[in-house]
Design a protein around this ligand. Structure first.
Ligand code: PT1
Length: 285
């Protein structure tokens, strides 16, 4: 499986790690640390050195309860960081945004992937991606960040999330975005209870069996507080367990704060997947 990101081809035969670079004052685990563009550049280079194939730059927090930021504020945060990273780092750059104008300017500044937790539902977002060369990550979210955790409800979370993502992928294709430019994300923690998140992880193999690569973001999320009772700085082991489970189920991109440790977990899980594929070939099916 491959993802075509603005002239670069990301080979996902072995799963890739996406490192998180938050340029926000309020992100849930590292808010305010990389607001200065030169600090953000250093952090981006560190994520790359630790093994991230993709660096995901975000200027608006979408964690539960987060408030939105204005267009100019978001541009002022992310564009200088993308411009610096483009010149200094060979990772694929990703822009985590909901706003079509940020998508456009970020791609012009070097982003090869648009990571949209709204799945390009904002007016003009499909066109903003279609007119450029970047890939897109379509994520599922029920509700909006400020209120999405108030009363999440599904009849069948795996079926509904899969149907939503299939519909958004089709909307992209209709807008002129090639299949090779699309990846999908079930949106762990976005309008989901603990049971919903666990059901999605347990059913991830069915989404991963489809035509599009699957990205997962589980790093340090509050489902680990619910499962383990741990604070945000104490969730590495739990996050690695979730990343391992996701790759065993077929996830191709893992979004994380903790790149070096996650690269190891992903490599272990990928080796198990390869052994499973070899065993299937030997059995002749
Ligand atoms: C994600 C993701 C993202 N998550 C993609 N982009 C965040 N593609 C930002 C909690 O429960 O999963 N996929 N961009 C961060 N969002 C959250 C959500 C952070 C929930 C924390 C929680 O703690």
């Amino acid at each position: 499986m491959k993802l075509h990101c603005a002239g670069r081809v990301l080979d996902l035969a072995t799963p890739a790690v996406m490192g998180i670079l938050n340029v926000t004052p309020d992100s849930f685990s590292d808010g305010g640390r990389f607001l200065d563009p030169d600090d953000a550049l250093r952090q981006g280079l560190a994520l790359r050195a630790a093994g991230a194939a993709i660096i995901d730059v975000g200027g608006e927090s979408t964690k539960p309860g987060a408030e939105s930021v204005g267009l100019q504020e978001e541009l002022d945060r992310v564009i200088p960081v993308l411009e610096r990273l483009r010149g200094a780092c060979d990772a694929i750059l990703s822009i985590d945004t909901l706003k079509p104008q940020v998508m456009r300017e970020a791609v012009a500044a070097g982003a090869g992937l648009v990571n949209d937790v709204m799945g390009l539902r904002a007016p003009g977002a499909l066109a903003a991606v279609a007119e450029g060369p970047a890939a897109v990550c379509l994520m599922h979210m029920q509700g909006e960040p400020r209120t999405m955790q108030q009363a999440p409800h599904y009849e069948d979370v795996v079926t509904q999330v899969s149907a939503f993502l299939a519909e958004r992928a089709q909307a992209c294709r209709t807008a002129g975005i090639a299949a090779e430019r699309i990846c999908l994300d079930p949106g762990f923690g976005f309008g989901k209870t603990l049971d919903h998140n666990l059901a999605l992880l347990a059913g991830l193999d069915s989404l991963a069996a489809g035509p599009y690569p699957v990205l997962v973001g589980l790093s340090r999320k509050s489902l680990l507080a619910q499962l383990l009772g741990r604070g945000v700085e104490e969730r590495l082991a739990g996050s690695l367990a979730l990343a391992t489970a996701a790759v065993l189920a077929g996830a191709r991109i893992v979004r994380t704060h903790d790149v070096a440790a996650t690269v190891d977990a992903v490599r272990v899980a990928a080796a198990i997947n390869q052994a499973a594929a070899a065993a299937r070939r030997n059995a002749g099916d």
